[in-house]
Design a protein around this ligand. Structure first.
Ligand code: FAD
Length: 803
């Protein structure tokens, strides 16, 4: 074993092997993989090896496509077969809702270049004769599905990496990792130590234990997973290999394995494995079978595929593999630990392993993953994702793996966990709550005396009319909204202004003022959008997206000078309330001594103001696009502030509004949001944020790239469409057409209640971005006509919010 390397990868499962290969491919040759036993000794060896391109997150879907296409390459380099069988696959819908889901998946596939085809039940039967037609209403065919040999794939990655210069040591366990003052690592093994500049934790089933060596608790949990292989079916003899099949209603996946069928299920009563600690002596072991647990799925399966009932069971496999709470991988650099990377929680190693290795290696070598991997970034979880929270959410996610997640569906596990002081008060107003990073927040308010519950659907729900009334209140009088679920930072110190000027693209505001500012990476792509408020020469209050708090902090830490600036995250220390609407000022003015007139406290002002007895930080701004005030208070004051505003608002008919109404109101203004319109694949000019990029500043992160983007106009443009929708509005990820061709995708959509329009924001190629008509958006399998709005649907001049 070398005693000094550039990178030590811990773990020789399919993921660690892929990372190793991709590092050598990206040019880092001095890399070492350390494996406790033999390669594949975690969850990899007993995997069913299935792979598919379809994924709910289009960015993850792209990496899955990449993975499947990679197998030829590593077979060629290594001479090791991956045992690739591309059989094609069908997904069977047993309900109209599932058929809608398939239509939406097919639509998404259009701009991902996927060749998905909706087929009838009769066509499906021809392709997959085992099915009983009467249980299904439709199907989708994907030509690029199949399975691989897990051993072959892992060894093909490993050998290809060795060809590229990597070293692999087996039968060597990493027992500790210790950081040196310069940020490099001593990797301590039972066979001696290695000094590594970077460490990658690809410990799979043991990733938690490897993480604990450096004091982190990764939010992953292993679940037991069973599949069975039937005896050989004589009718398969001499036939072409059967397709892969997913039966959503039976919650079963299937493929041919030699002469029989392999059938696996994500059962509802899923069981975690080793919830606290993974034993080190677990190796190429299987867990005891528990057919009873999967009996309900098998029962449905045998009805849907009757031939299998009489086939006889040759073998049952029960093995553990890991999941993050949302089922997507955890990859990237860990905040606060220099040169420490993770690639774990990969639940579909044979569809995703290649993409994970590619993204991580790009990130390590170039400082950027080179793709939009927000959905897989380890930074999407904060301290709130404890072991017990992870346990609740992973079990829920596992049991729902083949169930539809409707766009308006809030899942119940692990809730309520985090609440703000006014939670009960909002509940008393009949709030329907949603969960955001474990924090409860009001989505909308059901009429008193009714059950606060939203029916889940792809179409407009029972919330529609009530959300409309909330929106109307903001436009006509005044609404009250809790705004606690934002990320907040206090930035202080003699170099605070200088640092903000460097890290943010916009100018630093004057005392008492706010600015909106994108944050760009070195490639000039959007990695954040913030409101920066200045309280004094050396004190700033910065508000951004809460879900990205760890992501932001990781970036901030990279850019902070050694002294002179302190960035203090204070998301839950400050809770917030906002009043918005033409009567917001009349409501608030009697409660404060300060003059709130536009002259004295104009749009984008920010100041410490006492509201009644409550000391608050007050900003003259509102995401609704109406005149409004955002008030931030330490949480001990939130109830008092709420009571005061509700009482003062009574004479104006103050109405509570929730996140759904806010979303509708911001769409009316074409205001984008983080993770939808603003993501690291877009530039600020493409996103319409050019006016918040201050190119007069001589220097700031991403400046050169931003300037180049301004000159070239980028490649795409964010537009807003007025869609001729029926009963379903755009949600996000639908294809956008122009003149019959797919030219882009929707980032978010909804109904603009006060403008009476179904609105969709999305990116299109810049060459069609100025066209007006001839657009279309595919909703529920139907291309609906759409017109580009040249300006926001509501108050295009912005006079209302400035009034
Ligand atoms: C029954 C079953 C069926 C499955 N079917 C499929 C499927 O059809 N398709 C699909 O894509 N996926 C499937 N999977 C999931 C798939 O197996 C995982 O996605 C994949 O194995 C994850 O690989 P990994 O490298 O992250 O983890 P692991 O395979 O667990 O590898 C981790 C490796 O790290 C080593 N290690 C850990 N700690 C240390 C240490 N301290 N020092 C040295 N070495 C260490 C371990 O020995 C192990 O070899 C299935 C899983 C199971 C259990």
């Amino acid at each position: 074993m070398r005693n000094h390397v550039q990178v030590a990868v811990i773990g020789g499962g399919v993921v660690g092997a892929s990372v190793l290969y991709h590092l050598t491919k990206a040019g880092w040759k001095d890399v070492l993989l350390i494996e406790r036993a033999e390669l594949t000794s975690g969850s990899t060896w007993h995997a069913a090896g299935g792979m598919h391109t379809v994924n709910g997150d289009p960015n993850v879907a792209k990496l899955q496509q990449y993975t499947i296409n990679l197998y030829k390459e590593i077979e060629q380099i290594s001479g090791q077969s991956c045992g690739v069988h591309i059989t094609g696959g069908i997904m069977l819908a047993g309900t109209p809702e599932r058929l809608d889901w398939l239509k939406m998946a097919k639509a998404r596939g259009r701009y991902l270049g996927m060749d998905l085809e909706l087929i009838s039940v009769a066509e499906a039967k021809k392709l997959f004769p085992l099915m009983e037609e009467k249980h299904f209403v439709g199907a989708m065919y994907d030509p690029i599905e199949g399975h691989v040999d897990p051993y072959g794939v892992t060894h093909a990655y490993a050998k290809s990496a060795q060809v590229g210069g990597a070293e692999i040591v087996r039968q060597t366990r990493v027992v500790d990792t210790k950081q040196r003052p310069d940020g490099s690592w001593d990797v301590i093994t039972d066979k001696g130590n290695v000094h590594a500049e970077h460490v990658v934790n690809a410990g799979g089933l043991w990733a938690r234990e490897v993480g604990r060596m450096v004091g982190i608790e990764l939010p992953i949990l292993a679940m037991e997973h069973q599949y069975l292989i039937t005896d050989d079916l004589p009718e398969f003899k001499g036939q072409q290999e059967q397709l892969h099949c997913i039966d959503f209603e039976g919650e079963i996946y299937m493929r041919q394995e030699r002469g029989g069928m392999l059938m696996g299920t994500y059962e509802r009563a899923g069981v975690p494995w080793s919830p606290h600690t993974t034993p080190w002596d677990f190796g190429q072991d299987l867990l005891p079978n528990d057919l009873e647990r999967i009996a309900p799925s098998l029962e449905v399966g045998f009805q849907h595929f009757p031939r299998l009932e009489s086939a006889g069971i040759k073998k049952i496999v029960n093995g553990p593999f890991t999941f993050a709470p949302d089922g997507n991988p955890l990859i990237g650099p860990v905040r606060g630990l220099k040169n420490y990377w993770v690639a774990c929680g990969v639940m579909a190693g044979f569809s995703q392993g290649g993409g994970v290795g590619l993204a991580l290696s790009q990130w390590m070598v170039n400082g950027d993953p080179g793709a939009d991997i927000w959905g897989m970034d380890v930074a999407r979880y904060g301290d709130w994702a404890t072991l017990a929270y992870t346990n609740a959410k992973v079990r829920e996610n596992y049991s729902r793996r083949f169930r539809i997640r409707f766009p308006n569906e809030e899942l119940p596990a692990g809730r309520p966990l985090r609440t703000t002081p006014i939670y009960e008060k909002l509940a008393a107003e009949n709030a329907v709550f949603g969960d955001y990073c474990g924090l409860e927040h009001a989505l909308w308010f059901a009429p008193k005396g009714t059950e606060p519950r939203e029916e889940v659907t792809f179409r407009r729900s029972n919330a529609h009319a009530h959300v409309a009334a909330e929106c109307r209140a903001v436009r006509d009088s005044v609404g009250l909204l809790e705004i606690s679920n934002y990320g907040k930072f206090e930035v202080t110190g003699p170099r605070a202004a200088e640092w903000l000027g460097q890290v943010m693209a916009n100018r630093v505001p004057a005392i008492g003022r706010m600015v909106l500012s994108p944050m760009l990476n070195d490639a000039g792509r959007l990695i954040g959008d913030f409101t920066i408020a200045r309280l004094s020469e050396e004190r700033f209050f910065v508000v951004g997206t809460y879900a990205a708090e760890v992501f932001y902090r990781r970036w901030f830490e990279r850019t902070l000078p050694p002294a002179g600036v302190t960035v203090r995250p204070c998301a839950m220390e400050y809770t917030g309330l906002s009043v918005a609407g033409p009567q917001a000022r009349e409501l608030l003015q009697p409660l404060v001594a300060d003059d709130l007139s536009t002259k004295a406290f104009p749009f984008m002002s920010f100041r410490k103001i006492d509201v009644g007895m409550v000391p608050a930080l007050v900003g003259r701004v509102s995401f609704t696009g109406d005149i409004g005030y955002e008030m931030w208070v330490t949480s001990d004051y939130q109830r008092a502030l709420y009571d005061l505003l509700v009482k003062a608002g009574a004479r104006f008919g103050l109405r509570h509004l929730g996140g759904r109404a806010l979303n509708a109101l911001r769409l009316e203004k074409s205001f984008g949001t983080w993770a939808r319109e603003y993501r690291p694949i877009y530039g600020p000019y493409e996103a319409g944020l050019g006016r918040f990029v201050d190119l007069k500043k001589p220097e700031f992160a991403g400046r050169a790239a931003a300037e180049a983007e301004k000159a070239s106009g980028g490649v795409r443009r964010l537009i807003t469409l007025d869609v001729d929708a029926r009963d379903a509005d755009a949600i996000g990820d639908e294809p956008i057409y122009h003149a019959g061709k797919v030219v882009g995708w929707v980032t978010s959509g909804g109904y603009g209640h006060t403008v009476g329009k179904s609105l969709a924001m999305g990116y299109v190629s810049k060459d069609v971005a100025d066209a007006t008509g001839d657009f279309g958006v595919e909703l529920m399998g139907e291309v609906r006509g759409a017109v580009r709005l040249a300006e926001p649907a509501f108050d295009p001049a912005g006079t209302r919010m400035r009034a």
